[in-house]
Design a protein around this ligand. Structure first.
Ligand code: ADE
Length: 249
């Protein structure tokens, strides 16, 4: 998986991606991160890439040409015959979720466009962007953090990135259920014991417990997700009970 990020702040991208699991994935060659500085494509001696908005108003707008030249440079590097996804990070986009991450994880190359200031000249957006993506209903100062959120989420779905290959799929949001609670040593921590089932070694019962805990958590914290989850009749009864009795269950 090759990520290309058009940005005015390449250090933000490189620094964050070089840590932890994504850092290891880069070193092992499972993912590649290329942060390309839009400023390198400025056509003036002051390296300016923004200007005043036509019509007036507060703030500056990123100019079309440096963004376009940056995009062309990346296309030349990729030399793909397949159509490329160019993702523009914007609060106006479709809200990012796990399903979208799983779809993007199949791509060989992904290009992100990070805006700053009050935005980017609409004409270059029309020309190069294929996907508009938001990470939530709030406004950030730029597209770098959203691009990092997307790359992190997508990376861990790329085969080989997580050493435990099942874990990417047994956790929150797979099957529209939240993940069950986890425990580690000591067995008794400040008077709180680990649920006995976890010490039983009974694999079938354990799997049932995990599933039940996922259903209970989802009913408590994200009941909206349950509309899309496939539940047995017994699990639906459990959901009703949780909704009626809250945390008492
Ligand atoms: N740029 C600024 N805010 C954003 C958001 N919430 N999602 C994606 N890109 C953004």
């Amino acid at each position: 998986m090759n990520f290309y990020v058009m940005t005015l702040f390449p250090d933000m991208i490189n620094n964050a991606m070089s840590e932890s699991i994504t850092g290891r994935a880069i070193k092992s060659g499972y993912i590649n991160v290329n942060a390309v500085n839009i400023r390198d494509f400025a056509d003036n001696k002051h390296n300016r890439v923004d200007d005043y908005p036509y019509g007036g108003g507060a703030g500056m707008v990123m100019q079309a040409e440096p963004v376009y030249m940056c995009y062309k440079h990346i296309c030349e590097k990729i030399q793909s015959t397949k159509p490329l996804h160019v993702v523009y990070l914007t609060p106006q986009g479709k809200t990012f979720n796990q399903k979208m991450a799983a779809e993007y994880a199949h791509e060989e190359n992904l290009i992100f466009l990070c805006g700053h200031y009050e935005g980017i000249d609409e004409r270059v957006i029309e020309e190069i962007v294929t996907d508009f993506v938001s990470i939530g209903d709030y406004v950030l100062t730029g597209g770098e953090l959203p691009a990092l959120v997307m790359m992190d989420t997508i990376s861990r779905l790329v085969p080989g990135v997580l050493n435990n290959c099942i874990s990417a799929y047994t956790e929150s949001f797979s099957e529209n259920l939240l993940e069950y609670p986890q425990y580690t040593r000591p067995e008794n921590w400040r008077g709180k014991s680990v649920p006995p089932i976890l010490l039983s070694g009974h694999h079938k019962k354990l799997a049932e417990w995990y599933r039940e805990q996922s259903v209970i958590r989802t009913a408590l914290f994200r009941p909206d997700l349950l509309k899309k989850a496939e539940l047995t009749e017994k699990e639906k009864e459990l959901v009703d009970k949780v909704v009626r009795h809250g945390e008492q269950i």
